[in-house]
Design a protein around this ligand. Structure first.
Ligand code: IMP
Ligand code: MG
Length: 185
C-alpha cells in the first residue's frame, strides 16, 4: 500500500513521519472487514458497542457504520490512577455508560492494546455488571501484553512496537486527526 504524506503536512507541527504504518485505504478496508466479522459473530441479542475515549472515537465512528445489525453505542472514559506514561494497572471510570450493560453483548472498542493493563482492569470492572458477553475489538495490538486473561477477539492490525499516532491516537493530545497511522521521526 503506497501512502502519500505531504512532508510539510501542517498537521504534523514541524515533525516528520518516520513511517506510515497504516494508510487510510488500508484502514478503511480492514474496518469494513471487522464490521462483517462483528456482524457475523452476533447473530442475535442486544449489542452495545462501548468506545473507550478518547483514542477510539474515529475508529468507532467508522466501525459502527460497518456493522450491519442492530446496535447501541455508548462511551466509556477511564483514567489510570497515578501519573506517568506507563499505565498503572488500576483504572477508574470518569464517564460510566448510561445504558445498562446487564444481559447485553458488550463490545469494548479500543484504539490500541499496548501493555494490556488498561484493558485488563476494564474487563474486570465491566464483567461485574453481568453482561451477556464481553468481547474486545482493538484496532491495533502490539502483541506485547503478557497479563491479559481476556484478549481482544477482534483485532484490526498487529502493530509494530513503536509509538503510533493518528486516526484517533495521540501524542500529548496532538495528531489525533491524521487520517493515517504513523510513527513520528
Ligand atoms: P496499555 O494499558 O499499556 O495497553 O495502554 C493502552 C492505552 O495507552 C491505549 O488505549 C492508548 O490510549 C495508549 N497507547 C498505548 N500505545 C500507544 C501508542 O503507540 N500511541 C498512542 N497511544 C498509545
Ligand atoms: Mg492517549
Amino acid at each position: 500500500m503506497t501512502a502519500t504524506v505531504n512532508p510539510t503536512d501542517p498537521r504534523l507541527m514541524g515533525r516528520s513521519v518516520h513511517r506510515i504504518a497504516f494508510a487510510p485505504e488500508a484502514i478503511a478496508l480492514r474496518v469494513a472487514e471487522l464490521g462483517r466479522e462483528i456482524t457475523a459473530a452476533y447473530p442475535e441479542g442486544d449489542l452495545l458497542m462501548l468506545g473507550l475515549l478518547k483514542g477510539s472515537f474515529i475508529f468507532l465512528a467508522d466501525l459502527a457504520r460497518a456493522v450491519q445489525r442492530p446496535a447501541q453505542l455508548d462511551f466509556i472514559v477511564a483514567s489510570s490512577y497515578g501519573s506517568g506514561t506507563v499505565s498503572s494497572g488500576t483504572v477508574r471510570l470518569l464517564y460510566d455508560p448510561e445504558t445498562p450493560l446487564k444481559d447485553k453483548h458488550i463490545l469494548l472498542v479500543e484504539d490500541i492494546v499496548d501493555s494490556g493493563r488498561t484493558l485488563q482492569c476494564l474487563v474486570d470492572l465491566l464483567q461485574a455488571r453481568k453482561p451477556r458477553s464481553l468481547e474486545i475489538c482493538a484496532l491495533l495490538h502490539k502483541r506485547i501484553a503478557t497479563e491479559l486473561t481476556h484478549d481482544a477477539r477482534f483485532v484490526g492490525f498487529d502493530a509494530p512496537n513503536e509509538f503510533l499516532v493518528g486516526y484517533g491516537l495521540d501524542h500529548a493530545e496532538q495528531f489525533r486527526h491524521l487520517p493515517y497511522i504513523a510513527s513520528l521521526a
